[in-house]
Write a protein that binds this ligand. Structure first.
Ligand SMILES: [Zn+2]
Length: 426
């Protein structure tokens, strides 16, 4: 594979490295101990990671950089006094319209600066989120941005270096640290089950009934921009791992496998959709051409052989415009009395009109279809709204876990039997 960084000359590489090191020492302010911190450029782990960049405009005393984890900024040009156009390119084209952006901007003058964000042929999607320390984030105020169907125009004061991101970041490091902390609290190891295209570790942890083969599988962050999905995943798993009677009874009877981050390269590099090969991982559960999907498939299939793993329920967290549950149209678990039907009904009863439900035939190579077709698991993609407020998102995801535990406690459930679950695709 040709390294992107090798395309630049040696001296250019040295200069960019030096700039990256310099960016490490730019003040971010505040303590950086929270799970939500945005690590600096050192978080990049591979020779092949594209270099972080710096754009300086001495006449306006303004500089932009992409030296923070998860940043995405392709080019900046000056189009007038304190007025800039920032281009944000996707990793491939055509692509799902989720134009992720992220950068740091600093101005030595108190004047407002104007920044037009240009996503090329893709309409903008995310309203800007701002932070001066990478810990506390706020939505940009109405006077700080204007939008038309294709562009965002920001009007910002950046006297202190300001982080401007499409969504409040949930970085790869934050997800790994969260997984490590959950595993430690449960007394189980965080295991590496493979590596990404750029060599980052893929992690899972599993907890609960050591003498059971009945498993609930939780997956997240196949798509880099989908941070609300990550937040919901954390709430869901924390409820399963809680120190309550219901959660202890659940863990006594069932095992849970958690993969919080399947696409660490995409998250680190601020990609819109794909992994470092610019491939959509959630369209690779069939071709299995990418190391991330292959690694998880192999880890699960190895477990199936070792201890006859029975996957009862699988949930894959994503984000989209609104809260939606995607299911498999002919899944018997959706029929009256089935596990998915009862679980979704419980969600609708508790949060009326909040979550849409859509069922499709299992004809695409998405994770949900693969686990259904391979294991007969009740299988769902949980799409969390991009703008679902944090308290709502937490009550929804924690309730989703509690409702599932209640249903699993009530009676014995079985995966769908038979070899003909997906005759059209197998
Ligand atoms: Zn997604």
């Amino acid at each position: 594979m040709v390294s992107p960084s090798r395309r630049t000359g040696d001296s250019a590489r040295r200069l960019l490295r030096a700039l990256s090191m310099l960016l490490l020492f730019l003040p971010l302010g505040g303590c950086q101990t929270s799970a939500e911190r945005v690590p600096a450029a050192s978080a990049t782990t591979s020779e092949e990671t594209p270099p972080r960049q710096l754009w300086e405009f001495p006449v306006d005393r303004v500089r932009f950089d992409s030296g923070v984890d998860g940043a995405r900024l392709s080019h900046v040009e000056r189009i007038g006094p304190s007025h800039f156009r920032a281009r944000i390119d996707p990793e491939s084209w055509p692509i799902n319209p989720s134009p992720w952006y992220g950068f740091r901007v600093a101005s030595e003058l108190p004047a407002r600066i104007r920044i037009e964000l240009d996503f090329g042929q893709t309409p903008h999607r995310y309203h800007p989120k701002l932070s001066v320390d990478g810990l506390r984030w706020r939505d940009a105020d109405a006077h700080e941005f204007r939008e038309n169907p294709v562009r965002l125009e920001l009007s910002l004061q950046a006297h202190k270096p300001l982080l401007v991101f499409a969504q409040r970041p949930v970085s790869g490091d934050a997800l790994t640290e969260w997984s490590r902390a959950q595993a430690a609290a449960l007394g189980v190891p965080l295991k590496e089950f493979g590596t990404s295209v750029r060599g980052r570790s893929l992690h899972l942890f599993e907890f609960g009934g050591s003498d059971t083969s009945e498993v609930v599988l939780v997956l997240g962050r196949q798509h880099p921009p989908e941070t609300t999905g990550s937040r919901a995943l954390m709430g869901f798993v924390e409820a399963l791992a809680a120190d309550t009677d219901a959660a202890r009874a659940y863990r006594h009877r069932y095992r849970t496998i958690v993969v919080a981050l399947l696409n660490p390269d995409g998250v680190a590099e601020g990609l819109w959709r794909g992994n470092a090969n610019a491939r959509d991982l959630n369209r690779d559960w069939g071709p299995f051409e990418q190391p991330e999907t292959r690694a998880l498939r192999d880890a699960l299939l190895a477990r199936s052989e070792d201890d006859a793993l029975r996957l009862l329920f699988a949930i894959d967290f994503h984000s989209t415009w609104k809260d939606v549950l995607y299911t498999v149209a002919d899944d018997p678990a959706l029929a009256p009395g089935g596990l998915l039907r009862e679980w979704i009904d419980a969600m609708h009863e508790r949060f009326p009109d909040r979550i849409r439900e859509e069922a499709y035939a299992a004809t695409t190579s998405v994770f949900k279809n693969w686990v259904y077709c391979t294991y007969g698991a009740a299988s769902v993609t949980y799409e969390v709204g991009d703008e679902t407020p944090e308290p709502t998102l937490q009550s929804l995801s924690r309730f989703a876990a509690k409702a599932l535990m209640q249903l699993l406690a009530r009676k014995e459930w079985s995966p769908t039997p038979g070899p003909d679950r997906c005759p059209a695709t197998r």
